[in-house]
Design a protein around this ligand. Structure first.
Ligand SMILES: [Zn+2]
Length: 78
């Protein structure tokens, strides 16, 4: 009897934790899309040659990789 109640408590705790994580994750994801992070994210570039990630706020369409010197074109995927 006690064992069943204990497992039920653990199950409820797990369900509550998963729900809390999911809700907070959804809230954070929504906030990230609406917040100032979206404009900040546009400055991030990933080199298609060496996969180096760098920040370039001066250029919008094309940027030069500081590591290998190759030019990268901005992809409008997001
Ligand atoms: Zn590169």
């Amino acid at each position: 009897m006690i064992k069943i109640e204990f497992s039920l408590a653990i199950a409820l705790f797990l369900i509550l934790t998963v729900c809390l994580v999911l809700i907070s994750w959804m809230f954070f994801d929504k906030k990230k899309q609406l917040g100032p992070f979206s404009s900040e994210k546009a400055f991030f570039w990933q080199c298609s040659i060496c996969t180096y990630v760098y920040v370039d706020s001066k250029h919008n369409t094309i940027s030069q990789c500081p590591r290998c010197g190759s030019y990268n074109k901005k992809e409008e995927a997001a």
